[in-house]
Design a protein around this ligand. Sequence first.
Ligand code: AMP
Ligand code: MN
Ligand code: MN
Ligand code: MN
Length: 298
Amino acid sequence: MARVDLHLHTTFSDGKLTPAELVNLCYRRGLRVISVSDHDSTEGLPEALEAAEELGEMRIIPGVELSTDIPGAEVHLLGYFLDWSSPGLRDTLRRFREGREDRAERMVERLDALGVHLDFERVKEVSGGGAIGRPHIAQVMVEKGYVRYPRDAFDKYLGRGGEAYVERSKMTPRQAIGLILTYGGVPVMAHPTYSSAKSGREGLKDVEGILLDLKRVGLAGVEVYYGDYTPEQVAGLRETADGLGLIPCGGSDYHASGDPGEPEPGSVGPPAWVVEKLEEVRPQGADPPAPSPGRSCP
Ligand code: AMP
Ligand code: MN
Ligand code: MN
Ligand code: MN
């Protein structure tokens, strides 16, 4: 079991545990350094920091996960150590979350035309006011008995190319990296290759080329120790990361999704030195995250 997990979600995006529940679960599982990295939101961080403060000996690295598009594929970027409480950043992320709501409603309309009748109000309710996403639609489909597990909803309807899939306008990876750097964060590419737990999600075609290109605009790391990646995938990605001088990061990408076989927090993670390295390469002149409430650096 790892002691570091740098990729976790809460109810502030598409995770099912509150930040406090997540932090406590991670602690019980032996983790001592975690990043709460919700989609398009840093709003869960105060609660996570407070829960960690109460536990002691539990370090929270502020994080965020941003979705971007390249031709034919989606690239996710994680931002670590960013100035999460900055009003400018929070405003920008709030706008991203608003775009998600519109798209979710259109997907519910598509489903309706396909004979899958969901109440959009219920989808909003299960999203709990956080960043609404396809997993919330999938959850309501499970609730109503249309599918057994959330991932079945992705396979048939919600995945890229699925019958009810609707695009959302997103930034480019360069724009996301720029945004993360502006707020003093360290940009890291998430899950660069195929993950069998997320069946609808294919790997990128030219991972190395894309990484090299993005390194030139400030990408500092890439996920290597990720979710359900096989030992072969991990070894290959580690070689790529080392070859390009990128920090080999990783984590479970835990959502408490209810899908069978979902990687649990700490089931995978990077070596502890990775955290120091990430901290070392923070953009110069960045202010440390606001100390209140809780603390981020014990
Ligand atoms: P969205 O942010 O609305 O585009 O939804 C993407 C989220 O759906 C990801 O962050 C995962 O949590 C989840 N997801 C993506 N693909 C799958 C899949 N094949 N099975 C289950 N969950 C998935
Ligand atoms: Mn997610
Ligand atoms: Mn992702
Ligand atoms: Mn994620």
